[in-house]
Design a binder for this molecule. Structure first.
Ligand SMILES: [Zn+2]
Length: 404
């Protein structure tokens, strides 16, 4: 799937230019191919950035492979916070700057999302290229340029560097805890509502749109949905397809230079929860786990409120007219969106949480996020923002309105 999609991606979103990530593989034993690639590129001083878990998952094997290949390799371990979690914050980043030797010519990000966020930022600042070695199919950020960092206790996404290459070893992915793959699945499920948000913004607010990108996201999500059983079983083919879909999603965001097709109101809810957790000093939950749960909530909301878009009491006359004009298209999209219960069932099947309370997110916080999260991206038009603009707002969570 990936090869063909990447070719089309370059043609449809990147004006035919070669993609910035020059090599990507999702295979069994991909780790074995890294030393050869590094040699070919002429790198001699390599540094692995990892944590204690990812060291065990792939770092130790990388050290052995580099030693066998007689290539110098150093490792830098990202520190853990009081919850035993690695955070992309000032302390961690400063530690990287101090520990990475100046003569380093290539970084290897060996880990999941946070290790990649740290590495992509450090890579951009130190002007050292990096290679991505994902240890779990948990998130779509491996191939993106944006690094979400926690600065002064507040989350901020900084544009940084994309990896030069990605080596996703399916054997390593299979060894990761199932909750990680379930999170990756949740991040893909998000595309079922994020593409609707982009579509509605195109129809109502005339936002720039890329048909191919939207369809590619829908195709990738639908492939993952069909693979749910094999992903749930941790089968090689299921994890390969999930990982390829996540990589594609990251690349689509990177080539468009925005996250529109991959992130909508469901991500805004998740970001809002994350901000509250940060403020309260609570242990963070996996990004994709939150996003999957939020997708089910947003689907529930949209299916209840966009069945008759022409009746939404939007005051702005232009928006009102466009809603009437495009009512059939909007209904068609809503009809194709998986229902909240289907999303929950799939999340459960792959081994992830399906309800916010399983993540320690109580109903009051869900309600607050439904009311406030659309302010996080003031200029991003979503179905959720539209409900607020219409004066209807959002009903009390959990919703009682029947799904269609
Ligand atoms: Zn995401």
């Amino acid at each position: 799937m990936l090869k063909q999609e990447l070719q089309n991606l370059s043609e449809n979103c990147y004006e035919g230019c070669p993609l910035p990530v020059e090599h990507m593989e999702v295979e069994k034993n991909s780790l074995d191919h890294i030393t050869g690639y590094v040699r070919e590129k002429g790198f001699h001083n390599i540094v692995i950035i990892e944590d204690t878990n990812t060291k065990k998952a792939a770092g130790d094997k990388m050290e052995q492979l580099f030693s066998d290949a007689n290539t110098a390799l150093e490792t830098v371990l990202a520190p853990e916070n009081e919850h035993g979690q690695v955070t992309a914050d000032e302390r961690t980043i400063m530690q990287m700057f101090v520990q990475i030797p100046e003569h380093t010519d290539c970084l290897l990000a060996v880990g999941s999302g946070t290790i990649h966020d740290i590495t992509r930022f450090v890579s951009a600042k130190m002007k050292i290229p990096f290679i991505s070695v994902p240890t779990a199919a948990s998130v779509d950020g491996f191939t993106s340029k944006g690094a979400p960092l926690i600065l002064g206790g507040v989350k901020q996404t900084v544009q940084a560097a994309a990896p030069l290459a990605v080596f996703a070893d399916v054997n390593v992915l299979r060894g990761a805890p199932q909750e990680m793959a379930a999170a990756g699945f949740g991040d893909m499920a998000a595309k079922s509502t994020s593409v609707f948000d982009w579509e509605i913004s195109r129809l109502i607010a005339e936002e720039t749109y890329n048909e191919w990108a939207s369809r590619a996201m829908q195709r990738a999500w639908s492939t993952c949905r069909n693979e749910a059983e094999r992903i749930a079983q941790g089968e090689e083919e299921g994890l390969r397809i999930l990982m390829e879909s996540l990589l594609l999603s990251g690349l689509v965001m990177m080539t468009l230079d925005h996250s529109r097709p991959a992130s909508g109101a469901e991500h805004h809810l998740s970001h809002y929860w994350e901000l509250i957790f940060l403020k309260e000093g609570r242990k963070q939950k996996l990004h994709g786990a939150k996003v999957g749960v939020a997708t089910s909530i947003i689907s529930d909301l949209y299916k209840g409120y966009f069945t008759k878009p022409e009746e939404l009491p939007v005051e702005e006359p232009v928006y009102k007219r466009r809603l009437e004009e495009h009512a059939e298209t909007i209904k068609h999209w809503i009809g194709n969106m998986p229902s909240s219960s289907e999303i929950r069932e799939l999340l459960r099947k792959v081994g992830g949480p399906e309800l916010p309370e399983e993540l320690g997110i109580h109903h009051e916080l869900v309600q607050e996020s439904l009311e406030q999260a659309h302010h996080l991206r003031e200029h991003r038009y979503t179905g959720l923002k539209m409900l607020h603009m219409s004066g209807w707002g959002v009903p009390s969570y959990p919703f009682t309105k029947q799904e269609t």
